[in-house]
Design a protein. Structure first.
Length: 93
């Protein structure tokens, strides 16, 4: 397992992290021990696809059908920041 995220990486959320939708605030939230992060819809969509089976490139390709403005570099940066915090784990083949 690595913290370096590349387009061939297969990210998944750490077992102690949860992606939830707050009904009151109508926002997606990432819950981790002693931390809560509010996510925008794109961030929530990316994390929702982080199942350890899809590569980052596959996640980006799937989400491009919903948003033409999604850049692979932005997704890599987002997942790299989460991996540095140990919220996301990556497997490299």
């Amino acid at each position: 397992m690595s913290t370096a995220v590349e387009s061939a990486s297969r990210p998944r959320m750490a077992s102690y992290v949860r992606l939830v939708f707050d009904q009151v605030r109508e926002r997606h939230m990432l819950l981790a021990p002693e931390s809560v992060s509010v996510l925008n819809p794109t961030g929530a969509a990316v994390l929702g696809l982080c199942d350890g089976r899809r590569t980052v490139a596959e996640i980006v390709a799937e989400l491009r059908g919903q948003s033409d403005h999604l850049a692979c570099d932005e997704v890599l940066g987002f997942l790299s920041r989460l991996a540095a915090k140990r919220y996301v784990e990556v497997d490299d083949d």
